[in-house]
Write a protein that binds this ligand. Sequence first.
Ligand SMILES: *Cc1c(COP(=O)(O)O)cnc(C)c1O
Length: 416
Amino acid sequence: MTESKLPKTGRNWTELKAAMEEARGSDLPWYDRKVFKPAYFTGDDVVEVADRAYEMHMSDNLLYSRTSFPSLGRYEDEVVAMLLELLRAPAGADGGLTTGGTESNVMAIKTARDWARRHRSDVTDPEIVASETVHMSVDKAAHLLGLKLVKVGVTPELRADVNAMARVINSNTILVIGSSPPYVYGEVDPISDIAHLAEENDLWLHVDACLGGFILPFARKLGYSIPDFDFHVPAVTSISIDLHKYGYAAKGVSALVLRDKNLDDYRGFAVQSLAGLYATPNIVGSRSGGAPASAWAVMQYLGEEGYLQSVERILNIRQRFLDGIRAIDGLEVLGEPHAYNFGFTSQEFDMYAVADGMAERRWVSGRVTSPRSIFLMVHRAHETSVDDYLSDLAEVVEAVKAGNIQHRGATDVSAV
Ligand SMILES: *Cc1c(COP(=O)(O)O)cnc(C)c1O
């Protein structure tokens, strides 16, 4: 039954709860073992901590964290301090929490724009340079902020093409963006090389570590070879990092960190009004304290040891997928992924036919348009899926090769 009108008289919770349980009946369970649409799970105990902490502060307003809810201000300061250490920030760095990776990227670009208004006053029409693998939130930010976004291609290894970046940088360029890693491929962009461009051209360098921020530092500690992508590279000005992805916090929290707290002057917005001074660091005004509290609690619960174990387990799961996919004749993995996300394709047959065949067997995964590929993002619930997935994949590939499965053509490819 669809309720499209405000009821004349209210309904009781028992009835509403039943209606809502029915409504979500066909929703996908968020960390189902057959679903590879991005979800981030590392154990029921962690979900419990994330949810409980969220509930405790659900109705507290982060907007008033400096007045009514000092606990929220404390969580924010402590989460940022933990992130600065994780990202090897120098003394004097600072940052703040946002609602998600999109807001972190929008705020990074807004901060860079306002910094350039002061430091690059010669610039009339500011431009951003990034690779075509950059996350769509950067397109959104450029649109919202009225900036021009110039995208370049990638190298055969699927990393941002630094030479191509150098060619499009001009006197209007204020900002260059690298991803570690981009949303689709687990390859980290060559941040140190991009840093040279930033230094030579007096550019703000933003690193989108929304996805990799909670993986790469721990993978490095575990002995994996991880390129420098963080504040260890001196020209990196800002980094976005999502707590609600592989940080395992409840949805609605990410961070933007800045190399120098003086850059905060360009980040915020303030206005004197009838209600007095209204000063906020982000786009949103009122927001629940639930997700920031959840971020603090999960980071304290897992500790470095918990994240190291989680990263190790998931990198092992990824490796089993990679080995299994590479062992299937005709399939190839795109690049040398450093993180948990990767795509795989084929030169011989249509990957969308393979994707259709896997979908028929109820595996839910992403599709990439160029090259046509299947996109997987793995987490711990997939530990028990690897063997089933790979045997289904081998069978589906055989069927595609034999012409028994053809791509139906109409499937839309949606990043969301
Ligand atoms: C997920 C993601 C974003 C956007 O984050 P949201 O939390 O969905 O707003 C930005 N960049 C990268 C690399 C991402 O993976």
